[in-house]
Design a binder for this molecule. Structure first.
Ligand SMILES: [Zn+2]
Ligand SMILES: [Zn+2]
Ligand SMILES: [Zn+2]
Length: 294
């Protein structure tokens, strides 16, 4: 795993174009073991010592201090999805139209069509199916009775879509993707995925590079300890540390986002209650540990 410094160098080289995306990825993933955490590396342990403070940033106690991260880096695949979405939006804004036959071919290749049953007389949707009566179907719209429903062909449905995107039958999620995910889509979402696919084909390299740079930024920020808080064991187990922010009053201690100030800045009586609660939290924690349910 690369050290903090090496990671920053890698980011600079990639951003400036000094090295290719392929090479940057190869260097990054080289001795990256799946599931390995930065806190197992020597570099991380050494740097951690420089950042841990001498007292808890929530209650100022100095008992068993730990350094807690307030945020965690996202996975590369998550960045990739986000960047692809942004590129797709730009692409769609400048290329809103899709040729009818291209949409049709894309559907034939990627989806199975399950047409909705319609009344043969008025084409209303979902005629009532009766269990005991003959003929089997009854249309509540035109009161027609019949034995068999009709359906719209794919071409008819696509034509309707090009005339009116808000038409009810067009909104039906009557297409199931044949890629194993079995996603149910309607025509407008299929068009989106087609356009997104085109964006990916067109800008694959740029999308990956942007996502990889964001991913490196995330990891550099994590390793910089910028977003960390020193907490005592009590506070670490009592407070939800992911929802902490700097107290606006003293700007020295941390507070839960749901509280107006930190424990230190509360009025005397409230501070006592808060500290008692922290103490109670600790006792509960120890009790659970003793009972083996922690
Ligand atoms: Zn504390
Ligand atoms: Zn009817
Ligand atoms: Zn404060």
């Amino acid at each position: 795993m690369l050290t903090y410094k090496e990671l920053i160098e890698l980011r600079e080289k990639l951003a400036s174009g000094e090295i290719s995306l392929e090479l940057a990825k190869a260097q990054y993933w080289k001795d990256f073991k799946e599931g390995q955490r930065s806190w197992h590396t020597k570099d991380w342990k050494e740097r951690r010592c420089e950042f841990i403070k001498c007292k808890c940033e929530i209650c100022s106690s100095n008992e068993t201090l730990t350094l807690q991260h307030l945020s965690h880096p996202k996975k590369f695949s998550e960045h990739l999805t986000e960047v692809t979405k942004i590129y797709a939006k730009d692409y769609i804004d400048s290329n809103p139209e899709i040729d009818k036959s291209e949409l049709r071919n894309y559907i034939l290749k990627n989806y199975d069509y399950f047409p909705a049953p319609l009344c043969p007389n008025c084409q209303s949707r979902k005629p009532n199916k009766r269990i005991r009566k003959v003929p089997q179907y009854f249309c509540t719209e035109c009161r027609h009775e019949f034995d068999e429903t009709i359906t719209k062909s794919l071409d008819e449905l696509i034509s309707t879509f090009y005339k009116n995107e808000e038409a009810i039958e067009v909104l039906d999620k009557c297409f199931v993707s044949n890629d194993g995910w079995k996603n149910k889509h309607n025509l407008s979402s299929i068009r989106y995925w087609l356009q997104r696919q085109r964006t990916k084909n067109q800008d694959a390299e740029a999308i990956e590079k942007k996502a990889f740079l964001l991913y490196l930024n995330d990891n550099i920020k994590y390793l910089s300890f910028e977003d960390t808080i020193t907490a005592c064991k009590k506070c670490a187990s009592t407070f939800d540390l992911y929802n902490m922010e700097l107290c606006p009053k003293c700007k020295a201690y941390y507070k839960g986002v749901q509280y107006p100030t930190c424990v230190q800045c509360l009025p005397e009586d409230k501070r006592k209650t808060a500290l008692e609660k922290t103490e109670l939290g600790k006792q509960m924690h120890e009790l659970h540990k003793g009972l083996g349910i922690d």
